[in-house]
Design a protein around this ligand. Sequence first.
Ligand code: SAH
Ligand code: SF4
Length: 352
Amino acid sequence: MQKEIIGLSKKELSAALALMGEKPFRTKQIWQWLYVQGVTSFAEMTNLSKELREKLSAAFVISRPKIVTEQISADKTHKWLLEFADGQRVETVFIPEDEHGAVCVSTQVGCAVGCKFCHTGSQKITRNLTAGEIISQFMLVKDVYGEWPSSSQENRLVSNIVVMGMGEPLHNVDNVITALNIATDQDGLAVSKRRITLSTSGIVPNIPRIAQETGVKLAISLHAPSNEKRSQIMPINNRYPIEEILTACQEYQKIVTSRYITFEYLMLDHFNDDLQDAQMLIALMKKYKIGAKFNLIPFNPWPGCDFKPSSNNRVHTFSRELEKAGFAAPVRTARGQDILAACGQLKSKKLV
Ligand code: SAH
Ligand code: SF4
C-alpha cells in the first residue's frame, strides 16, 4: 500500500528516497514541491523525470483531509469539520486578522485530560493525529485561501499556527514536534517560530522538549492560582501540580530566552475571578521569576456545562490588578462563538 508523504520528517523522506536509489538532492526538490508550491500530485513535479514521478506515485500519496462541513462566522472566523482516511474527524479553525491570521490546529481526536470546562474534554480520546494529519490542516487552509505561489491571491493571511484545537499536544508530543519542524523548515512552509504557539494543560515531562526540539512559543492553560482550585477543574493537576509546571517553565525559558510564556486564564464567574486570585497569581509569577504574560479568556459556554462566564466588570478589575503588577493581561476576544468555533467549543461529533 502507498504511504502518506505529507508528515514525513526530512530525514524520513531522504531515507525513503535513498532506499529507492535516489540521490540526496532529490529530497529538497520534492520537499519544495510539497511545502513551497503546495502541489497535490506527483505529476506536477516537473523538474523530476517521468520515471521518478511514476516511482513516487507508486510508493506515496499526497493527501489533504476531506472537508465534511464548513462554517464562516459573522466575524469571518472559519471552521471546518475535517475527516481523515480512516473516517476520524476533527475541527480546524482559521482566525483572520487584518494583516495576518492563525490556523488553530487539532492534535488528537478527543482529549484524555478531561478538563471540566472544555467541550473537547467531554469527548473521550479516540486516537492521536499523525504528523501529516496535523500539518495538513494548515496546508488545507492555505489551499482554501489560495495562498500557494500558483495562485494570484496576493494577501498572505495564513501566517500563524496556534496548537490550541482539539487534544492535548503534549500527549502526542512526537508527532506534534515532527509537524512543527515541518512548519518551520526554511526550505518549505518556513513559518517563523515566533508565529507558532503551543498551548498545553501542563504535561510537565514534555515541556522541555518543546524548547529543545522546536523553540516555538509556549502557552500554559493555568486557569487557577492554587492547586486546590486547579484540581477541581483540571484533574490533571493532581498529577502535575502548579509548582512542577512553573519549574518546567523556568527550564523552557533557560533555552528559549527571548520569549514570554503566556498563561491562559479562563474567567469563571465567582470561581477563580476574585482580586485575591489575581494577587495569588502575581505572587506565583514573582516567586518563580518567570517572564510571563496573561491571556484572560472569557469562558465560552457550551450545552451541558455548568460554569458561567465572569461579568465584564470582574474581568476588567482582574486584568487591571495583573497590569498594576507589571504583567500584560489582555482579555482575549472570543472569535467564532456563533458557530461554536471559539476556545473549548470544538467537538468532532455533532451533538444530538
Ligand atoms: N489542550 C491544550 C490546547 C487546546 S485548548 C490546552 O488545554 O492548553 C485551548 C485553550 O482553550 C486552553 O487554554 C483551554 O483551557 C481553553 N478552553 C477550553 N475550554 C474553554 C471554554 N469553554 N471557553 C474558553 N476557553 C476554553
Ligand atoms: Fe484537553 Fe485542553 Fe480541553 Fe483540557 S482544555 S480537555 S487539555 S483540549
